[in-house]
Ligand binder design. Structure first.
Ligand SMILES: O=C(O)CCC(=O)C(=O)O
Ligand SMILES: [Fe+2]
Length: 483
């Protein structure tokens, strides 16, 4: 772990008053802490059944009125018309070997985070916990959706024996899924299910397969996190403007400036990106992290958008559209996590650990906030109406969850209200505003903390970020994890 230079303005500001820190720690220590280890070990990012809302909480349940968590990307529909009514997007970088074990009970794509053949009552209860009206959707959705996944498993087996690396499995799989979707004709039936007829023989799908769950409609123009007509980020040019950017950026840092331990294992580094810049000038900095992130992500997004992985909007069997958008990534489009991101994450982790230690000298970091090596990066983009329901991040391996390896989350763009707590209960959750440049780390005793975004605060992004980088109004969030 690379250590922060100690003599820096950041450190004089990070810890905050002792009384306050103790208050936070005390409060948290008496809270009920659930450390349930769920389906760790399964790769289930963005593969959750959009109809299953909640489940074991593996993926976010976009708050309240949203259609649950998604496949590779999700975008709850909202009032934002600028992007066609979608209010969040997700994409993923990563370099994680994935063991794909598709079975009818554990299909790989769009699966629920709970077992499809599990007690339907239990599942329904889980779905209904905080999901609003849509929670009464039929649990069969999950079961019948196993069909294409089984097909894909077959495909995958042969794919694996090709030259492709095994770790491409997820992506290969998704590609197959995309092909299945394209080559099959879907006809709604009177009972609400969908008859799928094979149009292409090489896929290996049975002649007809019933699907009662969501399917793919409404292909749209690709989403771009930068506004139209903006030039693509040009690094050389960008660096010329960096001083201006920094000044403006700092000027709009409005709210609390103080980094602090939010609860055991959960650290907020305020205004971190800018502060880092004051300290490190000799290497890739976190200021450039913003630009780099935008550049990388925008580029990837565009690549993906024009490729086969277009967004689509699934529908319920009654025709209601899920309030999210999904995207399938092709293997060619999976990006490794740029090294610069990894460095920035490691530094942030080191600084968060320093803060924990500073607050409690007796802290044992390997328990309280262990170090992780990021190999997954999930990128969310929230437009100004975006939000994300309280959820636990439990998609990582059992081992990773058991060790409490932290999630490190960077915020860029508009500020947002971040909720966190021991329960999936908005009323009981604590709140903190995350601004552009803030980093939140949660591991150790907070690894399974419920968290979410209740709102994005419009017009709160650093102006320069919009002007210089052309970022669309909204919030970009990058979470790094170790599988
Ligand atoms: O946007 C955020 O700050 C949280 C994102 C998150 O919790 C997730 O992607 O799992
Ligand atoms: Fe999360």
């Amino acid at each position: 772990m690379r250590r922060l230079v100690r003599a820096n303005p950041y450190h004089s500001r990070v810890a905050g008053p002792v009384s306050r820190r103790i208050g936070v720690l005390f409060f948290c220590s008496i809270g009920e802490m659930k450390m349930s280890v769920g389906d760790g070990g399964e790769w289930s990012w963005r593969r959750k059944d959009p109809n299953s809302r909640g489940g074991s909480g593996i993926r976010p349940d976009p708050v309240g009125d949203d259609g649950g968590s998604s496949g590779i990307s999700s975008a709850p529909a909202g009032s934002d018309t600028q992007n066609g009514g979608r209010n969040s997007r997700i994409m993923m970088f990563g370099d994680v070997p994935v063991d794909l074990e598709a079975t009818p009970n554990n299909p790989l794509f769009f699966t629920s985070s709970f077992n499809c053949n599990e007690n339907p009552g239990k599942r329904r209860a889980a779905q209904g916990r905080d999901m609003g009206a849509d929670s009464q959707r039929s649990p069969e959705h999950c079961e019948v959706r196993a069909a294409p996944e089984v097909v894909c498993k077959k495909e995958l087996a042969s794919y694996d024996s090709d030259t492709h690396r095994r770790c491409d499995g997820v992506v290969n799989f998704i590609k197959r899924k995309t092909q299945v979707d394209r080559r099959n004709q879907e006809t709604p039936r009177s009972d609400g299910s969908i008859q799928v007829e094979k149009l292409h023989t090489s896929i290996g799908l049975k002649d007809t397969t019933s699907l009662s769950a969501s399917h793919f409609v409404n292909k749209r123009k690709p989403f771009d996190i930068c506004l139209p007509r903006r030039r693509q980020l040009d690094f050389a040019e960008t660096f010329d403007h960096i001083e201006d950017f920094e000044q403006t950026y700092e000027a709009v840092q409005l709210v609390e400036q103080e980094s602090r331990v939010l609860r055991p294992g959960m650290v907020l580094l305020k205004n971190y990106i800018t502060l880092r810049e004051q300290i490190i000038s000799h290497s890739f900095s976190t200021k450039t992290f913003i630009y780099f992130a935008l550049n990388e992500i925008t580029r990837k997004w565009r690549e993906i958008g024009i490729g086969p992985g277009e967004f689509y909007q699934p529908v319920y069997q009654d025709g209601a559209k899920l309030r999210l958008q999904m995207m399938c990534l092709d293997e060619l489009m999976v990006a490794h996590i740029p090294n610069e991101f990894i460095l920035a994450v490691k530094r942030a982790m080191g600084d968060a650990q320093d803060l924990v230690k500073k607050c409690d000298r007796r802290s044992n970091l390997s328990n309280d906030l262990p170090t992780m090596s990021p190999n997954i990066c999930i990128i969310n983009f929230y437009t100004t109406s975006g939000r994300l329901g309280l959820h636990q991040d439990r998609d990582e391996s059992r081992e990773s969850l058991r060790k409490g390896l932290p999630v490190v989350s960077f915020s860029i763009g508009d500020s947002a209200e971040f909720l966190f707590g021991d329960h999936r209960d908005v009323d009981r959750a604590e709140r903190v505003v995350l601004q552009s440049g803030d980093v939140v780390t949660f591991g150790g005793a907070s690894r399974m903390v419920f968290h979410g975004i209740s709102s994005v605060i419009p017009n709160s992004a650093p102006k320069a970020l919009l002007d210089e980088a052309g970022l669309r109004p909204g919030r970009l969030n990058l979470t790094f994890r170790q599988f």
